[in-house]
Design a protein around this ligand. Structure first.
Ligand code: LMR
Length: 394
């Protein structure tokens, strides 16, 4: 029977990780997968996570099951982190998931349960895994314009024009902050316009927020998601702790549903528990427990927020350095968008041939659509990337 299985096309981001590993050049530069790296190229365990792990080792006396939606304390701490007071509390439902990808997957399954012919509007471009999961689940996708290739900013007029076609029963997938792969984000005023349009069309908003704290700060990055939660009758939020808590391999995420009223929220909650049971039963607990301990303990939380802020400002500094290196080398401001983008990624606008040329000549690994992970750079490699871009004619 297994001989009937077919090969699947490789995931472009994971394939790049492998290519980088196999490159013997010592000076190679990894700007591929979205994993934070410090100036020495390490992905450290965050200080607050380390302290929480130590404390957990001392106090944890069982590894028995927790519950289908995970620990209620994790759910409530994460709702607070993402939403603050937005959306109230009696209309919310949530469940812990294996990472942000788990939350995205459960969200797509949930909307398909609610409407088997659901269409999901996705930004063009979006995180490639959004598209492959949707395809795997047999859900129709409708791309909406998002990235303006000339300015490398948001094509907001195009986006709004395309989203007008959404109807009740459709889902509009939005990136909460730090758009992946472009780094181009909506302004506060644009979020307001998107909220108006969602109310007008009646489509369901789904926000994927995987980089809260990496853009303009923990609260500023949640501006859009909180605004929608305050203004819309219903929405879904898929959130990840992989990046902002650095707990990638622990698979820590959450799916939050906002329903029209408390009665509907109870049914949403039941569906989230049902989907967890069908797909993996109990969600992973270790990372979620660490996150809860950090968010609930003022000292650990302060330590985590301080380290996250260093990570964020470090990436902003790298953006500014890269923009100014490119200014110097090209005698123009056409790469200033790098400093205006936010989060871990920027799409440079290089062609696939130029991306390959930079890999061949300078050992620089970026995703084929010219997405770079800013955190993969350091003071030494910023000028190398700038030089490679100019040499490749970007
Ligand atoms: C990325 O976009 O590089 C990250 O979200 C990691 C992944 O799983 O693709």
């Amino acid at each position: 029977m297994l001989e009937h299985l077919k090969d699947h096309p490789a995931d472009k981001i994971l394939e790049l990780m492998q290519l980088y590993r196999e490159d013997p050049r010592a000076e190679k530069v990894d700007l591929g997968v979205g994993v934070y790296k410090d100036a020495e190229g390490r992905t450290p365990v965050m200080r607050a996570v380390k302290s929480a792990e130590k404390r957990l080792w001392e106090v944890q006396d069982t590894k028995s099951y927790v519950g289908l939606i995970g620990d209620p304390a994790f759910n409530s701490a994460m709702r607070g982190l993402i939403l603050g007071a937005a959306g109230g509390s009696d209309r919310l439902a949530s469940a812990a998931t294996p990472g942000g990808t788990g939350a995205v997957r459960q969200a797509f399954e949930l909307v398909r349960l609610a409407n088997p012919s659901v269409r999901v509007f996705v930004s063009d471009p979006t995180w490639p895994n959004h598209l492959t999961i949707l395809k795997y689940l047999g859900i129709e996708t409708v791309p909406y314009r998002y990235f303006d290739a000339a300015s490398r900013g948001v094509d907001f007029d195009g986006m709004m024009a395309d989203l007008k076609a959404a109807r009740p029963g459709d889902v509009v997938l939005l990136h909460g902050c730090c758009h992946n792969p472009t780094g181009a984000n909506l302004s506060a005023g644009q979020w307001q316009d998107v909220a108006d349009l969602l109310l007008e069309t009646g489509a369901l908003a789904m926000v994927d927020i995987a980089y809260q704290g990496f853009g303009d700060g923990l609260d500023a990055d949640a501006y859009g998601v909180r605004l929608l939660a305050d203004r819309l009758p219903e929405m879904l939020i898929a959130a990840s702790c992989s990046k902002n808590f650095g707990v990638y391999r622990e698979r820590t995420g959450i799916l939050i549903g906002l329903s029209a009223d408390a009665k509907a929220a109870k049914t949403t909650q039941g569906n989230l528990a049902f989907l967890n049971r069908q797909n993996y039963s109990f969600p992973p607990d270790h990372g979620a427990r660490l996150v809860t301990m950090i968010l609930e303990d003022p000292a650990l939380r302060a330590e985590w927020e301080a380290e996250l802020e260093d990570v964020r400002t470090g990436m902003l500094g790298l953006r500014q350095n890269l923009a100014s290196e490119l200014r110097k080398r090209t005698n123009s401001d056409r790469f200033d968008f790098v400093a205006a983008h936010r989060g871990m990624f920027s799409r440079l606008g290089a062609s696939p041939e130029q991306v390959l040329a930079m890999r061949t000549s300078h050992g620089i690994y970026m995703v084929g659509d010219s997405r770079i992970n800013i955190a993969g750079l350091n003071a030494k490699t910023v000028p190398i990337l700038a030089e490679a871009m100019v040499a490749a004619g970007v």
